[in-house]
Design a protein around this ligand. Structure first.
Ligand SMILES: [Fe+2]
Length: 230
């Protein structure tokens, strides 16, 4: 990891070595730019997790309260899963779109015609299936974060928000306004999510591409979340 993360330092040796082995595997499977983006997304996720440690802790505590099983282990696991999701979120991009569409049909993944035909987003929907198949990872937290990193979703927890933002702001990303958004990401997670989501909508519209049919609902959800956060 390039960024010195206190979260990363909290992981146990088994978790750290799994992440290192994942990096070695992905380096062989991915083109160099995609691998750099994946490492950058994991690093930026760690940076945000350090910054928003309290939010993540509160969420894990609240979930564990329902199950009455909160331990420091549950919090460490949540960080670990976030880093794994950061490394694997674009794993499906090693396949071309035709292959991803065929996988979706073959395995009955419930996708709309729009999702199957939309090049920039299909990898997010097929990713969870591929990480089950190729890495034996069956974990709903990791799957939810990967599934929602392209279009967002109506139920984004703190880790999902972190991954969504890290994917768009990690150090290899270079577009107008990205530096401003990076600064904002250290001030407010919810405001940053709102601005990053907005910039994504503008990006799609400016290229005359179609928006995912759920975009307006997700935008409204993010605005609502912001009201509660202020
Ligand atoms: Fe990505």
């Amino acid at each position: 990891m390039n960024y010195t993360s206190s979260i990363y330092n909290c992981l146990d040796s088994e978790q750290k070595s799994y992440i290192e082995s994942l990096k070695e595997i992905l380096e062989k499977k991915m083109p160099a730019d995609l691998f750099a983006h994946s490492c950058g997304t994991m690093d930026f996720s760690a940076r945000l997790a350090d910054r928003y440690y309290d939010l993540l802790r509160q969420e894990v505590c609240a979930e564990s309260k329902v199950r009455k099983d909160f331990t420091s282990h549950s919090l460490r696991m949540r960080f670990y899963k976030l880093l794994v999701a950061g490394m694997l979120h674009d794993y499906a991009k090693i396949y071309d779109d035709g292959t991803l569409a065929a996988i979706a049909k073959q395995h009955g993944t419930a996708l709309s015609d729009f999702e199957i035909s939309c090049r920039p987003i299909i990898h997010g929907y097929i990713g969870p299936f591929l990480i089950q198949r190729d890495f034996g990872i069956y974990d709903s937290d990791i799957e939810n974060s990967i599934r929602s990193h392209t279009t967002g979703s109506l139920r984004m927890g703190v880790a999902d928000r972190i991954l969504y933002i890290a994917d768009k702001l990690e150090p290899t990303r270079d577009y107008r306004g990205v530096r401003k958004l990076r600064k904002l990401s250290m001030k407010s997670l919810d405001l940053c999510l709102l601005e990053v989501y907005k910039s994504n909508i503008i990006y799609v519209i400016m290229r005359n591409h179609a928006l995912h049919p759920d975009t307006s609902k997700i935008w409204n959800y993010i605005c609502g979340g912001l009201k509660n956060a202020i």
